[in-house]
Write a protein that binds this ligand. Structure first.
Ligand SMILES: [Zn+2]
Length: 264
C-alpha cells in the first residue's frame, strides 16, 4: 500500500488512493453477493448508528481515512472478487507539520459532524478514535447498514514530489463490476463536492477521478465519493490545512457540496 521515501528526517508515506490515476480502469473478476462483515468493529464506530433518522432526514456517513492501528491481512477488492488488497493502510503524513493523515481526517470529521447536524442531517462516523482498526470493507458496511444517503470518505493526498497541490474526488466508473447501479449518484456527489470544496477553500481542483480498484468504494451500495482534500507532501498546503481558518473553510465546502447534492 505504501511506498516510503525519505524526503528529509521525516519519511513521507504515500496515500495511494489517487496517485496512479492510470489504474482507474483496472477491473477484476466475476461478482457475487457481498458477505456480511464482522460487527465487532462497528461497536467502535459512532454510537449514533443506533438512532433512526427522522422522516425525510438524510443520513450522511463520514469515513475518516486510515487509523494508527491496521487490521491484519487482506480482503476482496469487491464483493465476490478474487483479487484482494490490504484491509487498510496507515496513510500519509504532513511533510512540514508532521501531522498524520489519520489524525487530520478524524479531526476534520469531528468538525464536519456538528456542522452537518446543524443543517439537519443525521451523521454517522465509521470511526471515532485513531487506535482501533477498521478495514475498508467494514467502513463501507457502516454506510450500507445505515442506508446512507451519502457516504463521504475523507483523505489527504501525497506525491513523490513536494510540488503538487489541490483537491480531487474519486468515484467508481460506469462499468464497475460490483456496484455500477450507484454510478450516476456517485458521480453527482463527486462533482458537487469538488466544486463546492474548491469554491470555499480556494484550493486548486484536480477534478474527479473514476476508478474501480478502491475496496471501500466497491463494497458501498450507496452514493459514495472519496475526497482528497489537499497534498500533505506540499509544505505550504500542509501548513495551511492545519490552520483553524482553513479547516473552517474545508468544513463549509464539504457541507455545501452535500447540500447541493441533495438540492439538485
Ligand atoms: Zn488516504
Amino acid at each position: 500500500m505504501i511506498a516510503i521515501i525519505a524526503v528529509s528526517a521525516g519519511a513521507v508515506l504515500y496515500d495511494v488512493h489517487a496517485r496512479n490515476a492510470s489504474a482507474a480502469t483496472s477491473t477484476s473478476k466475476k461478482t457475487t453477493t457481498a458477505s456480511k462483515t464482522s460487527t465487532a468493529s462497528q461497536s467502535k464506530t459512532d454510537s449514533s448508528t443506533q438512532t433512526k433518522p427522522a422522516a425525510n432526514q438524510k443520513t450522511v456517513v463520514l469515513d475518516p481515512g486510515h487509523s494508527a492501528v491496521m487490521p491484519s491481512g487482506s480482503e476482496p477488492v469487491g464483493p465476490g472478487a478474487s483479487e484482494t488488497k490490504a484491509k487498510d493502510m496507515v496513510g500519509t503524513k504532513g511533510v512540514a507539520t508532521g501531522v498524520t493523515e489519520y489524525d487530520f481526517m478524524l479531526n476534520l470529521a469531528n468538525k464536519l459532524k456538528p456542522e452537518l447536524e446543524k443543517r439537519g442531517y443525521k451523521v454517522v462516523l465509521t470511526r471515532t478514535d485513531s487506535n482501533s482498526a477498521h478495514s475498508c470493507v467494514e467502513r463501507a458496511q457502516v454506510a450500507n447498514d445505515n442506508n446512507a444517503d451519502a457516504f463521504i470518505r475523507l483523505h489527504a493526498n501525497a506525491a513523490e514530489s513536494s510540488t503538487p497541490t489541490g483537491a480531487m474526488t474519486i468515484n467508481i466508473t460506469a462499468h464497475n463490476p460490483y456496484t455500477a447501479s450507484t454510478y450516476s449518484q456517485c458521480r453527482k456527489l463527486s462533482d458537487c463536492l469538488i466544486k463546492a470544496y474548491c469554491t470555499a477553500t480556494g484550493a486548486k481542483s484536480e477534478g474527479v477521478v473514476e476508478r474501480d480498484d478502491l475496496t471501500g468504494n466497491n463494497w458501498a451500495k450507496v452514493p459514495t465519493t472519496l475526497i482528497e482534500v489537499g497534498y500533505m507532501t506540499n509544505p505550504t498546503e500542509d501548513k495551511l490545512m492545519q490552520t483553524d481558518a482553513y479547516q473552517a473553510k474545508m468544513v463549509q465546502g464539504i457541507a455545501n457540496g452535500i447540500d447541493q447534492f441533495f438540492a439538485n
